[in-house]
Design a binder for this molecule. Structure first.
Ligand code: PNS
Length: 177
């Protein structure tokens, strides 16, 4: 049974697929909050490569050593999910100034929709500044080594999927995340 006064954070994203940059943000959020719910959410501007179930499964695999981290998927508004779970924070990673405007807009919209939650940005580690799911997909597609970018437990799974895809599905992807 969870205590009523626990601090719950939601870590939302596309996670298509989860990268070492995401894992770092999740770990750091888990060190600050009592409970962290990683939420695989729909970004309407992106065509995902992995199904929500696959993404949830991969995140569960790479966070199994973090007892206060749970993973879910949702097809609705982030603000509604945050409220439904009694969370007080939305935690996101920020890599560069180029992320800022997009994140700033989402944070303001979420504040309007769910005033009881704060969006908190964790600045990425410098070694993950350039890292994105899209970059991982491109490197894997062209047969490059993604070992430095994704957790070892899911590396083969990602590489196997990407090498079997057409170039179109890569170039149509968004560049964020
Ligand atoms: O990893 P991403 O693609 O940058 O994450 C964006 C995401 C999925 C968190 C965002 O698109 C989102 O919250 N989608 C859920 C629907 C929603 O609430 N949209 C309004 C956000 S202001």
């Amino acid at each position: 049974m969870m205590a009523d006064n626990q601090r719950i954070a939601v870590c939302p994203g596309s996670f298509d697929p989860v990268t070492l940059g995401h894992v770092d943000i999740i770990q750091r959020a888990a060190a600050v909050f009592d409970r962290v719910i990683v939420l695989v959410s729909i970004n309407p501007t992106k065509e995902p490569m992995f199904s929500p179930e696959e993404r949830v499964e991969m995140i569960k695999t790479v966070t199994k050593n973090l007892p206060n981290v749970e993973v879910e998927a949702s097809g609705g508004l982030l603000a509604d999910f945050v409220r439904s779970r009694g969370a007080t924070a939305i935690v996101k990673g920020l890599r560069a100034v180029s992320d800022f405007e997009y994140e700033f807009q989402m944070a303001l919209a979420n504040k309007k929709l769910c005033p009881e939650a704060e969006t908190i940005f964790l600045i990425t580690r410098s070694e993950n500044m350039y890292l994105s799911s899209s970059m991982v997909k491109q490197i894997a597609y062209f047969g490059g080594d993604i070992s430095d970018f994704v957790p070892a437990e899911i590396k083969e799974r990602i590489a196997a999927r990407l090498t079997s895809l057409s170039a179109d599905s890569i170039t149509n992807e968004g560049v964020e995340n």
